[in-house]
Design a protein around this ligand. Structure first.
Ligand code: PEP
Length: 250
C-alpha cells in the first residue's frame, strides 16, 4: 500500500486532433475502468474546454494545462492566464517542463513567478525539475535539482504548499526511450523529498521520462515515486488505461 495516492498524468504536448481526442474518450468509456489512482491529462490550451466536456462524461479524468503565464491579465499576446484557467475549472498546471526550459528559455526565476501566479489562483502546480545528460555525467544532478527547487519554489505561501507537486524528469529520458532505472529515479525522488521545506511528507513526486505500460510497475514500487508524468504513452487510450491499471493495483 502506497503512502500517497498515485497520480498518472498525461502530457499530450502539441499533439491530438479533435477526431483523435474524441476516439480517445470513446475508447476510455468502452473500457469502463475502475480507477484507483488519479488520472489527469494536460492537452494543448486550445483543447482544454472540449476535453473538460468529454472528461466530464467519462467521469474519471481531470484536465490541466501545460503552461501558464506569470501574471493574471494584460498585454501578453499568446499567453494563457492562470486566472482564466482557474475560471475554466482547470485542476492543475505544469510549470517548468524541460521543453519550456530549453526551447522557450524559461529559467528558474520566471518559473517561480509562474508557480506563484498559479497558486494564487488555487491551481495545483506540477513543478518539473531534472538534469540534462551532461549534468548527470558531470555529477551535478543533485546541485542542479537543488537550485531548481530552491529558486522555483521560493516564497510559496504556507497555506498553498499542499497544492505543489513535483515531477522529476531527467531530460535525457524524455521522449528518448531511455528510462531511468527505478533505483536512479528513487535516489533523486528521496533527495527531492528531503529538500522540500514544506509539506514534504505528503508531497506527490512524479517520475517522467519514457514511462510505458511495461516499465511503470517497477517505478511505482519505489517508496518515493508517487506516480508518473507521461508523454508519448498517454496519447493512446489503450496505453493510458494500462498505465492507470498498473497504478490501481500497486
Ligand atoms: C514528458 O513529456 O513529460 C515526458 C515524460 O515524455 P515521454 O513520456 O514521451 O518521455
Amino acid at each position: 500500500m502506497k503512502a500517497r495516492e498515485i497520480h498518472i498524468v498525461g502530457n499530450w504536448k502539441m499533439n491530438q486532433t479533435l477526431h483523435e481526442i474524441s476516439n480517445f474518450f470513446i475508447e476510455m468509456t468502452k473500457m469502463k475502468m475502475e480507477l484507483k489512482c488519479k488520472a489527469w491529462i494536460a492537452p494543448q490550451a486550445l483543447h482544454i474546454a472540449i476535453l473538460k466536456e468529454m472528461a466530464f462524461t467519462t467521469g474519471a479524468i481531470q484536465v490541466g494545462a501545460q503552461n501558464c503565464s506569470h501574471t493574471d491579465s494584460g498585454a501578453f499576446t499568446g499567453e494563457t492566464s492562470p486566472a482564466a484557467l482557474a475560471d475554466m475549472g482547470v485542476e492543475f498546471v505544469l510549470v517548468g517542463h524541460s521543453e519550456r526550459r530549453t526551447i522557450f528559455n524559461e529559467g528558474n526565476e520566471i518559473l517561480n513567478q509562474k508557480v506563484l501566479a498559479a497558486l494564487k489562483n488555487n491551481l495545483k502546480v506540477i513543478y518539473c525539475v531534472g538534469e540534462t545528460l551532461s549534468e548527470r555525467e558531470s555529477n551535478t544532478t543533485f546541485s542542479v535539482i537543488e537550485e531548481q527547487l530552491k529558486v522555483g519554489l521560493q516564497n510559496v505561501p504556507a497555506d498553498k504548499a499542499h497544492l505543489v507537486m513535483i515531477a522529476y524528469e531527467p531530460v535525457w529520458a524524455i521522449g528518448t526511450g531511455k528510462v531511468a532505472t527505478a533505483e536512479q529515479a528513487e535516489e533523486v525522488h528521496a533527495f527531492i523529498r528531503g529538500k522540500l521545506t514544506q509539506n514534504s511528507e505528503h508531497a506527490i513526486i512524479l517520475y517522467g521520462g519514457s514511462v510505458k505500460p511495461d516499465n511503470i510497475d517497477t517505478l511505482l514500487r519505489k517508496e518515493n515515486i508517487d506516480g508518473a508524468l507521461v508523454g508519448g504513452a498517454s496519447l493512446k487510450a489503450s496505453d493510458f488505461r494500462a498505465l492507470c491499471s498498473s497504478a490501481s493495483v500497486i
